[in-house]
Design a protein around this ligand. Structure first.
Ligand SMILES: *Cc1c(COP(=O)(O)O)cnc(C)c1O
Length: 426
């Protein structure tokens, strides 16, 4: 495959942007390749600047659940543009979108629209602290909640307290109130509450983890978090930035039947535009300015183009009754192919990860046993066969409604033909 134009653009980009990119994983660093420059997208395909076409399983990291350039979403955006790109003032689209979100996420009694998942989570945590008057939060190793200072902690070596920031430039003081627990290990949460029974404002969790590769919650885990937080008067925050409108129209909370106190949404809810949302119980959200003392604002929050895209996408989701069945069926075909090839797969609906380890992956520790070099080979095998998957072991493969049966079968065959080197285990 000729990718010369992409190479030239990447060389130029590196002179202008750190690592040539505007978000690190796009640099393809962990798979030993150079990034492709995308010229266009349609349905389940993306095309690079050299004219090569790929079946895409990144789907912009989730937003494109209906496929790329969906006509209903594009049409809504075009119409909205005619009226101006931003008002910095109230408009009806904000209400329509908030109503739609609430119809699917009834736990979000009051909703605030923002512009990124990072902002949604950061603001939800601030509101949780404002409401409870407590400073500490519990997060899980391997869960990603955006790049705000206080949440940039994964911790290593099973260290459960005294969190060390994951990034340079984050003062230790910014993460000293962030406690770490192990995913799928409710006892590790119980232990932290035992130590700090009156200090923990909230437990924040990806209800199906998808940022250490896909790690579904084991039976009883989310319910245990609900029980523990209630017992200690702390809030439960579901970061559904990936899972919202993905695992079901009502997200993981609908799928697993657990009602969190607060929820953060992003990705799908904006239809591909920079839009995210947070919300929760009315009494908590009443702490947010201008009603309450928790300050949070945004020049482009509730932007009319972004709300138009979100409304159109959710409307399309509502009009597609077989959406989640179809996503599940298609992803199951890919999963079966990987299993046939002897690969270790975690899947939750249309999110899946092939892990190059013999261990069952249930948390960050087991995810880290995966062989990244072997993943890089797998990634190269897919790419060289016209399949664009996540350029990192610790991300998900996303299936969209636009993936045709033909392309799914083609992908399944290519996966099934992968011969692993099996350097990682027995
Ligand atoms: C993507 C993601 C975020 C951050 O959203 P951005 O829009 O990239 O800031 C937060 N939480 C989860 C679970 C995510 O997957």
């Amino acid at each position: 495959m000729n990718t010369q134009r992409s190479s030239e653009l990447f060389a130029k980009a590196k002179e202008l942007m750190p690592g040539g990119v505007n978000s690190p994983v796009r640099a393809f660093g962990s798979v030993g390749r150079e990034p492709l420059y995308i010229a266009g997208s349609h349905g389940d395909r993306i095309t690079d600047t050299d004219g090569n076409e790929y079946i895409d399983y990144v789907c912009s990291w989730g937003p494109d659940i209906l496929g790329h350039a969906h006509p209903a979403v594009i049409g809504a955006v075009k119409r909205a543009c005619e009226n101006g790109l931003t008002f910095g003032a109230c408009h009806e689209g904000e209400i329509v979108l908030a109503e739609k979100i609430q119809a699917h996420f009834p736990s979000m009694e009051l909703i605030r629209l923002v512009s990124s998942g990072t902002e949604a989570v950061m603001s939800a945590v601030r509101a949780a602290r404002g409401f409870t008057g407590r400073d500490r939060i519990v997060k899980f190793e391997g869960c990603y909640h955006g790049h705000s200072d206080g949440l940039l902690v994964k911790g290593g070596s099973g260290q459960l307290t005294g969190s060390v920031p994951d990034s340079a430039g984050v003062p230790a003081g910014s993460t000293e109130n962030t406690l770490l627990a192990r995913y799928n290990d409710a006892d590790s949460v119980e232990t932290l509450f035992g130590r700090f029974p009156e200090d923990i404002a909230a437990v924040i969790v990806e209800p199906c983890a998808a940022n250490m590769g896909v790690v579904p919650p084991e039976a009883g885990f989310l319910q245990a978090l609900r029980d523990i937080t209630e017992r200690y008067g702390a809030l439960l925050i579901f970061d559904e930035v990936i899972t919202g409108f993905r695992l079901s129209a009502g997200g993981a909370q609908e799928l697993y039947g657990i009602k969190p106190d607060m929820t953060a949404l992003g990705k799908i809810v904006g239809g591909g535009m920079p839009l995210a949302a947070y919300g929760g119980r009315r009494e908590i959200m009443e702490q947010v300015a201008p009603l309450g003392a928790v300050y949070q604002a945004g020049t482009l929050s509730g932007n009319p183009i972004a709300t138009a895209a979100g409304i159109a996408q959710i409307t399309e989701i509502e009009r597609t009754p077989d959406l989640y069945c179809e996503l599940d069926r298609k992803a199951a075909v890919l999963e079966a192919a990987a299993v046939k090839a002897g690969l270790n797969v975690n899947r939750c609906g249309s999110l899946m990860t092939v892990f190059f380890t013999d261990k069952r992956v249930t948390d960050y520790g087991s995810a880290l046993t995966a062989d990244r070099a072997e993943y890089a080979r797998f990634f190269g095998h897919l790419l060289d066969n016209g399949i664009y998957a996540a350029p990192s072991q610790f991300e998900a493969m996303f299936v969209s409604y636009a993936h045709s049966d033909e392309d799914i079968i083609k992908t399944a065959e290519i996966i099934a033909h992968y011969r692993k080197e099996n350097r990682y285990g027995s």
